[in-house]
Structure formats: structure tokens, C-alpha cells
Design a protein around this ligand. Structure first.
Ligand code: NAD
Length: 352
């Protein structure tokens, strides 16, 4: 048996592939374009595993995707591939439209053609799981209930608009063509192998380097945080038991302001790696101009997934953030390579 994972050299896809291969013999075909956010060094430990097949390419490449489906005959596709950074989407939305919308469209068309050609048993078992975000729901006021799956889509950034469009395409391919799709909408992830442009790794690395810890606006924007391994376990559970055509919100009931997140990291670093001058890391916090259209609050109601599929996160925010800081402290090579771009050389050396 085989699954096709797209974007499996990125942050969440990479964690998903590592966890999957640690627990199963089943082959993972990993299709990734290796944009700036894709890093094969994350997958170093599974490089020589016979059940990890890496395919360098674009989800928008119809011939390539069709060929991978024909030759590996996966029982499922899990689509992580995306442009995922909100700030980058503000400065250059084109790639977001191309990968998140046109790329997903291409993947759906290839999946439909492949699925139509399967024998009836395989057809019934096949799943297309689309990994999406809570940002499609828009923003919440302090008094609003968390996002449920029934919440109207109100995306506010080019990133969330492109993800919303892809979610709609996935939904339509189920309703129009019967493709057995599943969609997950997850809150903010954190954990190992996170590209250092995102808040949590950025703060850890800047703190250790003695640089300012930038916080947008007043730092009171609320995000709902989930440890990446818990997101991966939710995706496995939805793949296993989710009902085709349904969407499942994934979250850990961990609403935190950005200031609280940064303060928590500073507190852990104060314990694990105190500053040489004896000062607290929070001295490095610096408030910077807010991002345009910055959503105030996201919060996820994950009760459907908990109730219908029995999923629960294993980590609390306190345990997950401590593990994350510990991981960054014990993996300086990964961080150095990703920060200075030398993982590209590493890639050439190992993969030619
Ligand atoms: P990421 O940016 O770290 O990784 C994306 C991966 O996709 C990279 O390896 C990149 O090389 C690859 N990729 C990009 N364009 C591609 C293309 N055209 N063809 C093939 N591969 C391509 O992103 P992430 O944080 O791991 O997010 C993965 C998915 O989860 C995304 O769909 C994102 O919207 C969703 N999501 C992310 C979060 C979060 O907090 N990071 C939360 C909820 C949902």
C-alpha cells in the first residue's frame, strides 16, 4: 500500500512523513517542489528507507502527477503543498494563486481521473485529504465563539483567500464528481523543523542570537496553537475514519496572545540557557508596526473531530512549547543550514 503526500519536505508535511514512516511499512511517495520552504534535510533520517520515495516536482505539473499516480497506485493523497506564509502573500500573492488554487485544481483533476479508473474496492477505499487552515474563517472578536465547521468563510489575506478557494474546489469535486475528499482546517502549528521566518522559531533563534524579538502591534493578537505532532495524528485519524465530503476542524484549545507566546519562550530559555549577562530574554522584546489586515483572533472548536473520531491532542501548550524550545536547542545544525541556505548544498550533495 502507498500514499502520495505533497509538500512533504515542508514543516507539517515533513513531520507527517517522519511520523508515518516511524510507525508503518506503507510507502510514502513525497512530491515536493522544494521552494524556499521545502527542506530535504528534515527527511535525512528516512533518506535511505526503501518505503520513502521522493519526487521533486510541482503539484501543478499534470503529467508528473498523473505519472506518479499511475506508477505508484496510492490509496490516498494527502495535500500539504502550499505557499503558506501570510507576510509573503502580502508582498507577492502570485505564487499563492498558482500553487494553492491552480495547483490544487490540477491535483484534484489528476485524482479524479485516477480514481475513476480504479477497481470498485479500491475506488471505495480511496481518499483525497486536503490540509487547510483556520485562517479561511476570518477573524474573531474577543466575545465570539471559536470557529466551528459551519462558520462562513471570510478570508482576509491573499494567503487565506487562496486556501479558501482551494477548500471550495475540493468541496466541489466531491459534490460534482463524487471524489471522496476530506478537508481539515487547523489552527497555528508549532514544533520541530519549523522554518525560522515564523513567529515561534524566529523568537527562539533571535533570542539566542541576542537580536530583538519583534512583536506586531500591541502583541494582543490571539492565535490557537497546536503542537505539529498533534496535527499529524489528527490527519492520520481523519484519513482513517473521516467521512468523505466532511470537513474537520483541528485545534488544541490553546488560545494565546502573541505576547504570551513570546513570554513563554523567554521564560523557558531563561531556565534552559540563561543569558550570559544575567538579564531576562524578555528584555529583547520590541514592538513593531502591525501587519496590514492583521486578523485579531483565531480560535478553533475541535469538538466534531473529538466527538466523531475520538481524536485528542497529546500535548498541552506548556508541554509542547517546552519540547519545541528543547528541539531548537539540540538541533543547531539544522537551524544553521536552514538559516544560511546551505541546506541547498547539502541537497545537491545527497540527491545530486
Ligand atoms: P511550508 O511552507 O512549511 O511547506 C510547504 C511545502 O510545500 C514546502 O515543502 C514546499 O516546497 C512545498 N510546495 C510549495 N509549492 C509547491 C508546489 N507547487 N508543488 C509541490 N510542492 C510545493 O508549509 P506548512 O506550514 O508545512 O503547511 C502545510 C500545509 O498546512 C499548508 O497547506 C498550510 O496551508 C496548512 N496549514 C499550516 C498551518 C501552520 O501553522 N503552519 C496551520 C494550518 C494549516
Amino acid at each position: 500500500m502507498t500514499i502520495l503526500v505533497t509538500g512533504g519536505a515542508g514543516f507539517i508535511g515533513g513531520n507527517f512523513v517522519l511520523d508515518w514512516l516511524a510507525g508503518r511499512e506503507e510507502t510514502v511517495v513525497n512530491l515536493d517542489a522544494l521552494t524556499y520552504a521545502g527542506n530535504l534535510e528534515t527527511l535525512h533520517s528516512v533518506r535511505t528507507k526503501p518505503n520513502h520515495v521522493f519526487a521533486h516536482g510541482d503539484i501543478g505539473d499534470r503529467e508528473l502527477v498523473a505519472k506518479l499516480l499511475r506508477s505508484h497506485r496510492p490509496r490516498a493523497i494527502v495535500n500539504f503543498a502550499a505557499e503558506s506564509h501570510v507576510d509573503r502573500s502580502i508582498h507577492g500573492p502570485g505564487d499563492f494563486i498558482q500553487t494553492n488554487i491552480v495547483g490544487t485544481f490540477n491535483l484534484l483533476e489528476c485524482a479524479r481521473e485516477y480514481w475513476n479508473g480504479l477497481e470498485s474496492g479500491e475506488r471505495e477505499a480511496f481518499r483525497f485529504l486536503h490540509v487547510s487552515t483556520d485562517e479561511v474563517y476570518g477573524t474573531l472578536q474577543a466575545e465570539d465563539p471559536p470557529f466551528a465547521e459551519t462558520k462562513r468563510y471570510e478570508p482576509n489575506s491573499p494567503y487565506s483567500a487562496s486556501k479558501a478557494a482551494s477548500d471550495h474546489l475540493v468541496r466541489a469535486w466531491h459534490h460534482t464528481y463524487g471524489l471522496p475528499v476530506l478537508t481539515t482546517n487547523c489552527s497555528n502549528n508549532y514544533g520541530p523543523y519549523h522554518f525560522p521566518e515564523k513567529l515561534i522559531p524566529l523568537v527562539i533563534l533571535n533570542a539566542l542570537a541576542g537580536k530583538p524579538l519583534p512583536i506586531y502591534g500591541d502583541g494582543r493578537q490571539v492565535r490557537d496553537w497546536l503542537y505539529v505532532k498533534d496535527h499529524c495524528s489528527a490527519i492520520r485519524r481523519v484519513l482513517e475514519a473521516g467521512k468523505p465530503g466532511e470537513t474537520y476542524n483541528v485545534g488544541g484549545w490553546n488560545e494565546k496572545t502573541n505576547l504570551e507566546v513570546v513570554s513563554a519562550i523567554c521564560g523557558i530559555l531563561d531556565q534552559l540557557k540563561p543569558r550570559a549577562d544575567g538579564q531576562a530574554y524578555r528584555e529583547q522584546i520590541q514592538f513593531v508596526a502591525d501587519r496590514p489586515g492583521h486578523d485579531r483572533r483565531y480560535a478553533i472548536d475541535a469538538r466534531k473531530l473529538e466527538r466523531e473520531l475520538g481524536w485528542k491532542p497529546a500535548e498541552t501548550f506548556d508541554s509542547g512549547i517546552r519540547k519545541t524550545v528543547e528541539w531548537y536547542l539540540s538541533n543547531p545544525d539544522w537551524i544553521e543550514h536552514v538559516s544560511n541556505g546551505s541546506y541547498r548544498d547539502w541537497l545537491d550533495k545527497h540527491y545530486g
